[in-house]
Ligand binder design. Structure first.
Ligand SMILES: [Zn+2]
Length: 163
C-alpha cells in the first residue's frame, strides 16, 4: 500500500468519534514502516495493549478501524488460524472486536474476527516474518493470489463494520 501520514490515518477512522481519532495513538515511525509489503498497517496501543488499530486503502481511500482485543499473553498464545491471512502463527491469533460504525456502534453493536495477534498478516503472507513451523498452509496459490485474498479479507471485514 502507499505510505500514509499521521493525518491521513487519523481522518480515516470509520468506527470511532472524531475526538477519539484525534487522541488515539498512531505509530511515530510511520516513515520506517515497510509500506510496500503491507496490505494493511496494524498496531497496538502501547499505553493500552487491549486496543489495536488497523488502516488500509479501499478504492484509493484510507480506511481505519478501532479494535478491542485481549492483551497479548506471550506465555500462552492461542494457536488458531487468522481469518485474514490464513496463518496459524506461533505468536497466536486474537479475537479482535470492532464497534460498528455509526448508530449501530453507539448502541453497542460489534463485529469480530480472528487476526494475528501481532497484526503482521502481510509479512507472514510474503514470508518476510517467520510464523513458525507448520504455520502456513501448503497451497497452490501464487503469492499474488494470496496477497489478493488477504486484501479482500480485510476489505470484507471493514465492510461488515461499516454496513
Ligand atoms: Zn493474519
Amino acid at each position: 500500500m502507499k505510505p500514509l501520514t499521521e493525518r491521513e490515518i487519523r481522518t480515516a477512522f470509520v468506527n470511532c468519534t472524531k475526538g477519539e481519532a484525534k487522541r488515539l495513538s498512531v505509530p511515530r515511525d510511520l516513515a520506517e514502516r515497510p509500506w510496500d509489503d503491507l496490505d494493511y498497517l496494524g498496531w497496538r496501543d502501547p499505553q493500552a495493549p487491549h486496543r489495536a488499530y488497523l488502516v488500509t486503502e479501499l478504492d484509493g481511500c484510507p480506511r481505519a478501524l478501532v479494535l478491542r482485543c485481549p492483551s497479548p499473553a506471550p506465555s500462552r498464545p492461542r494457536r488458531g488460524m487468522c481469518s485474514t491471512c490464513l496463518t496459524a502463527p506461533t505468536g497466536g491469533v486474537s479475537l479482535m472486536v470492532a464497534p460498528k460504525a455509526g448508530k449501530a456502534g453507539q448502541q453497542g453493536n460489534t463485529v469480530g474476527t480472528y487476526l494475528c495477534s501481532d497484526l503482521a498478516c502481510s509479512l507472514y503472507v510474503r514470508g518476510k516474518k517467520d510464523a513458525g513451523a507448520g504455520a502456513r498452509l501448503q497451497e497452490s496459490l501464487t503469492l499474488e493470489e494470496k496477497i489478493q485474498r488477504t486484501v479482500a479479507n480485510v476489505a470484507a471485514f471493514i465492510a461488515t463494520v461499516t454496513t
